[in-house]
Write a protein that binds this ligand. Sequence first.
Ligand SMILES: [Zn+2]
Length: 148
Amino acid sequence: MVVFFSVKLKELFKKERDYPWPKPENCSCCLSSRLWGHGFAEAIFDGYNRPLLLKLYRCPDCGCVIRLRPIGYFKRFQASIETIRSSITLKSTRNRWLSGIGRSRQGHWFLALKKRIKACLTDTWVEGVVAGFDYLLQLGQIPISRSI
Ligand SMILES: [Zn+2]
């Protein structure tokens, strides 16, 4: 179970385990209000040369592990949503890739988005890939996720 919180990544990078993580009020699975700290999980984010530590909580009542993640990032993606959207905008309007990020990663995002638009919004979608990205995002999906 992943819960998104606003996180200052720079501060998290500096403070590591001492970062003042918020504690969710309830377990997202069973709503129990007893949550125990359950250590940390490493996660890689663009712009940081070592993994950041994301706080874990465990609910003693149902056993669910709750993983806190920064708002503005998709699960399992190291680039921010904003960066991914800029890459897709640049590719679709000027046929170029963002500098500073590998082309193959950006290519994967772009292809995955096109596939997903086709699968979820069908061939009748004519608004373009950027609007498709925003629309899928609004539906609560990860627009560039390859698992459909
Ligand atoms: Zn629970």
